[in-house]
Design a protein around this ligand. Structure first.
Ligand code: FES
Length: 273
């Protein structure tokens, strides 16, 4: 018991009395005198330094500076000398009167808020649309590129039986003035003999004028006109043979030569693109 009393710190004085009452074979038990509890005098004028007082919940006074082991030192002021500004100029007229219920003007104020929100949304959407349009248009082709997106070709300069190459959007364009023999010969080809079946008349707008993109459908070489086994075009890269309608007849190319979009703007000129 003495050991407990020695270790009990602040309760030592209370436990010491109990320690004297431990029975012993040598001495009879006796009631130990216990000192009467002493009331601590509390000075009501003196502020109580506790957590509450330091947190501002205790009695108020003037400037209070305090410190304790449990709370950080602090200095508190009472701000009863601060004049609250008048914000009436910034408040809505409907709610200036504090004696009036704000419910009465609620609908009108909500309408104004909705109107402001809707206006802000429309303005934001308009600005976003402008930004997106500007961004997307910055990725489109420039004016000089668009200017060459269409090519006008004068057919009067191409004699019958000749093939002329033009450049359009970086690709070669073949314009061939076909002879009557070539037209008849290509018209008689049986479609079942073709790898990419297409009638000659489906590939031309006028039988005497054949317009093709001069890019081999195998790996993209430029074929040679009036060459190959079928008198049309021949691609020397891997030996693809096209006829005078641009249809693949022999070799590794899988498809016919492509036909670009074009239109006759007169009997003697076309616009490609
Ligand atoms: S690229 Fe023309 S045949 Fe291969």
């Amino acid at each position: 018991m003495l050991s407990v009393a020695a270790r009990s710190g602040p309760f030592v004085s209370s436990l010491t009395a109990v320690a004297h009452t431990v029975p012993s074979p040598l001495k009879t038990l006796q009631v130990a005198p216990v000192a009467a509890a002493k009331l601590l005098p509390l000075d009501p004028k003196r502020p109580l330094l506790c957590r509450e007082s330091l947190a501002g919940q205790a009695a108020r006074g003037g400037l209070v500076a305090s410190a304790s082991l449990n709370a950080p030192a602090s200095v508190r002021y009472i701000h009863n000398d601060v004049t609250v500004p008048d914000f009436s100029d910034y408040r809505r007229q409907d709610v200036l009167d504090s004696t009036k219920s704000s419910q009465e003007s609620s609908d009108a104020r909500k309408s104004f808020s909705y109107f402001l929100s809707a206006t802000a949304c429309v303005a934001t959407a308009y600005a976003a649309k402008g930004l997106v349009t500007q961004f997307v248009s910055s990725m489109s082709a420039s004016a000089d590129v668009l200017a060459v997106s269409k090519v006008e070709i004068n057919l009067a300069n191409i004699p019958e039986g000749k093939n002329v190459t033009f450049k359009w959007r970086g690709k070669p364009i073949f314009v061939r003035h076909r002879t009557t023999n070539e037209i008849e010969k290509e018209a008689q080809v049986t479609l079942t003999d073709l790898r990419d079946p297409q009638h000659d008349l489906d590939r031309v707008q006028k039988p005497e004028w054949l317009v093709l993109i001069g890019v081999c459908t195998h790996l993209g070489c430029v074929p040679i006109a009036f060459a190959g086994d079928f008198g049309g075009y021949y691609c020397p890269c891997h030996g693809s043979h096209y006829d005078a309608s641009g249809r693949i007849r022999k070799g590794p190319a899988p498809l016919n030569l492509e036909i670009p979009a074009y239109e006759f703007i007169s009997d003697e000129s076309i616009v490609v693109g």
